[in-house]
Design a protein around this ligand. Sequence first.
Ligand SMILES: Nc1nc2c(c(=O)[nH]1)N[C@H]1C(S)=C(S)[C@@H](COP(=O)(O)O)O[C@H]1N2
Ligand SMILES: [Mo]
Length: 324
Amino acid sequence: MLIRLQPDQIDIPASSEITPQRIFESRRTFLKEMATGAIAASGLIASGSAWSQTTGARKLAAKHNDAYVIVDKATAYKDATTYNNFYEFGTDKSEPARNAGLLKINPWTISIEGEVKRPMMLDLESLLKLAPLEERIYRFRCVEGWSMVIPWVGYSLSALIRKVEPTGNAKYIEFVSLADKKQMPGLSDRVLDWPYTEGLRIDEANHPLTLLTLGMYGETLPNQSGAPVRIIVPWKYGFKSAKSIVKIRFLKEAPRTSWNGIAANEYGFYANVNPNVDHPRWSQASERRIGEDGFFTKKRKTLMFNGYNDVASLYGGMDLKKFF
Ligand SMILES: Nc1nc2c(c(=O)[nH]1)N[C@H]1C(S)=C(S)[C@@H](COP(=O)(O)O)O[C@H]1N2
Ligand SMILES: [Mo]
């Protein structure tokens, strides 16, 4: 049966590559997503090109995990996907949304290497199936002084770590983002040493809050948000949460990380959100919540560990002013 849409509704481009079956499938998905409001919320209706087989967002079925709900209202999808830091696509906040359409996320493989008994290459489908997807609403704080609240979709990175069986030597983990000049115009600007790299201590990586992230707002990640796979470490400043990851390495020693590597006095390896340790050039005591920027809007107080006090046990006995 062919489902007839009302006149004036979206017309799916009948490209020669799209078989009638695929058109039917996309119509069906479209109607389903219309019913759940996912399409309206994502603004897909506005653009016919969103239907391209390679760039279209895909709905992800995820179980809401109540253990990670916070009281703050979620940031609007539009704000979260048009105000981004993704220097591979330009240093201006609006550039990733404009330029990240160049990123090809299909096919994608992520290589897991180093101090593990079972190194492996995983494609996107394997990553999506590796553990049950959960929706978790996290507060997210950039070192620049702004924050958002985002419903991410993913699962604890610990599920993947278990699968590759780290050796006893694995003390740190490194995340490496894609660096491809053909897709990423920002790479011609040497603001950072490419590829973008980040890292965690292995116990931080294994903390249940650390999220292997494949989606947001019920769908696969938009490119500007780090598609198809990124990490989210909600108690640390945003720069720890590397986007568009192609490699994860298990290491004996702490890796060199991008921001720490160019300015260690400003961006510590730990980078835990800490209102008591200022950045050398500005205070970290408060933050501006994106979407709340009215002229009279008060800033919010920044919370220790971004409010995720559970993680304090990871840093017992450490001087967090020294290891910032
Ligand atoms: N590969 C890569 N990952 C990155 C960045 C980047 O420039 N490149 N910016 C970081 C910074 S500074 C922040 S605040 C967050 C921003 O994530 P968002 O745009 O989804 O809010 O991504 C982090 N991950
Ligand atoms: Mo950031």
